[in-house]
Design a protein. Structure first.
Length: 267
């Protein structure tokens, strides 16, 4: 299977300006596709911005809302899959979500963040209840998590056991937690033997200051691409052959003894 050329958008867009953020996304998709990418990943809550406070309920949209329709047109126009973070409205509930749209404009998957971080998220969002959501693009099995989810090793290992080869993680990593991007992400990729694409926000936004440092970590423990602290569009490759080779060389998944791990699931 050939490598999947993947683009990571590091940007906070314009908080509260959905039409403006859709324009930023369209331009990023154009640039990514021109660079040969088949997949573009945005940061967490890219559609609306993260620090939008009490405006969040008004900005949230259904999974098939007008912004989803616009993103589908962008994906089809540029021939690139798009994973976009957004606040999803479902009845009276809001979810911190990511929607994966295929290069033909069709929906590939949708995921709701299962582990909510901090007072802001816990005030506004309902946690999702589906731990492993997957899709296949160009023969590569993709998985979805959001930000804080990846900091729980159980989540990433569940994806590895389900066959995920490239884990997509839109994030809003804040300072001073840069060690998550520098240290934890490569460790997660290595211990669960998969690629992790981590697309972050950057710079000050309301009471938050986002760390940037978007990256693609590989299953051999290397970082294939790393952004700095400012806006960027990374284009790199996730190679399924590296997953196969890494799992053969470092047999964590085969050498597990799940009969010993029952206590991990007890509170």
């Amino acid at each position: 299977m050939p490598p999947l050329r993947t683009a990571l958008l590091q940007s906070s867009g314009s908080p509260g300006d959905v039409p403006g953020n859709l324009r930023v996304l369209d331009e990023a998709a154009r640039r990514a596709a021109a660079a040969g990418a088949r997949l573009l990943l945005t940061p967490e809550l890219f559609l609306t911005g993260y620090a939008v406070g009490d405006a969040l309920p008004e900005l949230a949209e259904p999974a098939d809302g007008p912004s989803a329709e616009r993103i589908a047109k962008t994906a089809a126009e540029h021939g690139i899959a798009i994973g976009c973070g957004y606040p999803e409205r479902d009845g009276d509930r809001l979810y911190n979500a990511v929607r994966l749209t295929g290069p033909d404009g069709g929906t590939l998957a949708g995921y709701r963040k299962t582990h909510l971080f901090g007072d802001f998220e816990q005030r506004w969002f309902t946690p999702g209840d589906t731990p492993v959501v997957q899709a296949v693009l160009d023969g590569t099995r993709l998985g979805l998590l959001v930000c804080y989810d990846v900091e729980f090793p159980e989540n990433v290992r569940a994806h590895a056991l389900a066959g995920t080869e490239l884990l997509l993680v839109p994030t809003a990593l804040m300072r001073p937690y840069e060690f998550v991007a520098h240290t934890l992400l490569p460790a997660r990729a290595y211990e669960s033997q998969l690629h992790i694409a981590y697309a972050n926000r950057c710079g000050p936004e309301g009471d938050f200051h986002f760390a940037g440092l978007s990256c693609l970590a590989a299953p051999d423990g290397t970082v294939r691409a790393r952004a700095g602290l400012t806006e960027d569009l990374l284009v790199t490759e996730a190679d399924p052959a590296v997953v196969v080779a890494s799992r053969a060389e470092t047999a964590y998944l085969d050498d597990r003894r799940p009969e010993l791990y029952g206590s991990l699931a007890r509170s």
